[in-house]
Design a protein around this ligand. Sequence first.
Ligand SMILES: Cc1cc2nc3c(=O)[nH]c(=O)nc-3n(C[C@H](O)[C@H](O)[C@H](O)COP(=O)(O)O)c2cc1C
Length: 179
Amino acid sequence: MLGAGVGETAGLAETSGAAEGAGNPRPAAESNPETSADLVFFTSASGYTGRFVEKLGREAGRIPLHTSAPTLIAHSPYVLILPTYGGTAEQPGAAARGAVPKQVIKFLNVEQNRSLIRGVIGAGNTNFGENYCLAADIIAVKCKVPVLYRFELMGTSEDVATVNQGLEEFWTHQSQKPA
Ligand SMILES: Cc1cc2nc3c(=O)[nH]c(=O)nc-3n(C[C@H](O)[C@H](O)[C@H](O)COP(=O)(O)O)c2cc1C
């Protein structure tokens, strides 16, 4: 669990109950976590992106780590922060396949989530050369949103300040756009 400001939000109301009268109730189906935050992120078990988001000190919705878990449902326009998991630096050609974590694909396969994305920030490692933050570029093209920033690993304090200021300006600009 990440620290303050980076909590996962409450789940949806349960819609399917346990089997009635069977004396052997089914476990309740796990419900989707939800968020109304204007920042959504994915971080893997290594947690670098999560640490960056923690340093931002902003409310953020987390895409579940396990693909088998019900995905996050977004309710407000958001900027997505995600790392790239492509090929190895020695095999850069392999990076384009699977660069976007499958947990993020599952999240963006939800039409509501796709319709609310407004921008993307990439996390990566410059050792991957031309594939640095490739997942952000792929999502930008597919969802027709801008890549707002790229940073390495857990980011520097300068990255944190730049992203925080950039997000303030971005959302101010968005709110002034005609509907
Ligand atoms: C197997 C593997 C493949 C990776 N491929 C890329 C890549 O193609 N491009 C890139 O910029 N970073 C790549 N990275 C670096 C990660 O994106 C980077 O470490 C990121 O900070 C991980 O974030 P996370 O800890 O939140 O999952 C790769 C890392 C691993 C372990």
